[in-house]
Design a protein. Structure first.
Length: 273
């Protein structure tokens, strides 16, 4: 992949990012010999789990990289970030921290003040500034901007405070807006097995903005209907991120085109020295 300076945009075509059958997505050449080996830590978003990173984990392991996918509680931003921060303390050496969707807000907070986190990668993700909530960052025209009664099934959960509730995406919203580029059978299976996210996760103000001090990369699928591309571009611009745009795709391009996402993660790995 062509390297770029901060704020540049790389454009990928689907044909360009899908390797030949049996070929590994990664080039496996970074970091350079003698450099500390970095661990890639993957943080999933709402209505998903660690399995959403299966394609990236497989490609990164084939290329010889150390990789872990950590379970995101999806309860509230402060607590979820602490969960990831505690996990990072179990690792030694440099870390490339990757977040999808709401997971982007989590890594933005979890990485703050951690000298081992050398790069942040946002995949169809939110990258809040201090005081912003994830719910504010979906952007104009997002499918999540409609009537909540038409978007979610609500459920109470133990320990919920006030009117907090677990949210599940309704089936048609999941199929039409969350995962429209996946085969219908796959999208149906993912909808049926989705993990609920608390309303509090989307309304907790961010306490940190790690992207102000840590270099970042941004993967934007232009077909994203959940966090719209215009909102992602604005967040990437203020963070000075290296941006890769994938034409088409969806909010779940990490599942439909994991090789494209893996290449961006490897570009971040190449920066770790």
């Amino acid at each position: 992949m062509t390297r770029c300076r901060a704020s540049c945009v790389l454009l990928l075509s689907a044909a360009a990012v899908v390797p030949a059958p049996g070929a590994a997505a990664g080039h496996g050449s970074c970091p350079s010999p003698g450099a500390a080996r970095a661990t890639v830590v993957l943080v999933h978003g709402a209505w998903a789990d660690t399995s959403s990173w299966s394609g990236e984990v497989r490609a990164l392991q084939r290329a010889g990289h150390a990789v872990r996918a950590v379970a995101n509680p999806l309860r509230d931003l402060t607590g979820d970030a602490q969960t990831v921060r505690d996990f990072l303390r179990t690792l030694s050496g440099p870390v490339v921290l990757v977040g999808h969707s709401y997971g982007g807000s989590v890594i933005t907070n979890a990485a703050a003040g951690d000298p081992n986190v050398k790069a942040l990668v946002y995949v169809s993700a939110a990258a809040p500034d201090v005081g912003e909530t994830t719910g504010q960052l979906s952007g104009s025209g997002s499918a999540l901007g409609g009537d909540p009664a038409t978007l979610y099934d609500r459920s109470s959960y133990p320990g919920a405070s006030g009117d907090a509730a677990d949210l599940y995406l309704k089936r048609e919203v999941f199929l039409r807006s969350f995962a429209p580029d996946l085969p219908r059978e796959t999208a149906d299976r993912l909808w049926a097995s989705q993990r609920a996210a608390s309303t509090v996760a989307f309304t907790t103000p961010s306490k940190a903005a790690a992207w102000r001090k840590i270099p970042s990369w941004y993967f934007i699928a232009t077909g994203d209907r959940i966090i719209v591309p215009a909102s992602q571009r604005a967040m990437a611009r203020r963070a000075g991120s290296k941006v890769t745009e994938f034409p088409g795709g969806s909010h779940l391009t990490l599942i439909s085109h994991p090789d494209a996402v893996t290449r961006v993660i490897e570009d971040a790995l190449c920066s770790v020295r």
